[in-house]
Design a protein around this ligand. Sequence first.
Ligand SMILES: Cc1ncc(COP(=O)(O)O)c(C=O)c1O
Length: 366
Amino acid sequence: MEYETPLFFRVMQYADRADRDVIDMVSGNPDWEPPAALREGLHEYADLEPDQFQYPPSEGLRELREEIAARRNVDVEQVVVTNGAGEANYLAMARALERDRGDEIVLTDPVYPYYPGKTTMLGGTQRFVAADEAGQLDPADVREVASERTAAIVVNSPNNPTGAVYPEETVRELVEIAEEYDALLISDEVYDHFDLSGRFASALGVDSDHRIVTNAFSKSMAITGFRVGYAIFPPELIENAKSRHMLVNVAGSRPSQYAVLRALRETEPEYYEESRELLAERVETFTDALEAAGADYTTPQGSFYVMARFDGYPGTLENVERLIDEAGVAGMPGEAFGDSRSEWLRFALVTPRVSAAADRLAAYFE
Ligand SMILES: Cc1ncc(COP(=O)(O)O)c(C=O)c1O
């Protein structure tokens, strides 16, 4: 079996090697400050006794799990701290497939490419449901592909790459479909702090034994390098997930969890509000310039990404490399996210040079 290696690294490497200045809008690495308490927690950690440098509990520091459980209003035993949302999604999908209730994973098109990659790696079968132009998912379409073979439905809101935020009715219906077929809804909410619409609905709002919520501090605290995330499982499904986590990782990173715990306790809502405002400003700057350039584009309701379509310039890897060399802007090919966006390019708004990037694109496509 061959696994699909995500294209992100290939594009980033290409951009790094270019012999010109390139504005990097490839991946979702925030360029803004983490919470002050996170830096303080890290400094403090350096002076702790050696026993604090040893294995933490495999399922995560107890206090961190308690803090997460209290905030999400779930039992602490339902929480496993993971190596980012990436591992949380992996544990959730593996758990869905090992229940032997089906081998199919229902995904959206466009899709965050790691989901189909993980599906294949875990021996599952991919089934795609098209999102509409705005990135919204019609539960009736999901119902059409759902069957006794469905192991899980994996969704992501606020969405990468479309920027869609699913309304509460959609989330509720997706949980109901999962219940109907004894499958699991896996809701990846890693961009929950970047809801620009005010309409974000967590799947935790729908009480059910058929949903798993995954999340991380990677984006909300601007620390994708720390690798701290979590999954919230139904009580009867969590034990196997914790064992898998232990067998794969032994445990997570103790200093990272320590610093995140401190930041979680001490960071005021204003920190998150400021990050959202920064992002909203960048969305406006970038989309205004795309409008002036005559491109089609998405206006995200959440997450970090804008998709754009330029006439006669489909979203292939080749065109992305050309854009790096000739315009000095690095994005992701739309085709990486599925057939439906193969005409599009995706740009991550995680650089202070959003305005310069938009100018370069406008000049290039003039
Ligand atoms: C939808 C989605 N899920 C998961 C991840 C990975 O998150 P983490 O870095 O916490 O593993 C990303 C990162 O870009 C993402 O966009």
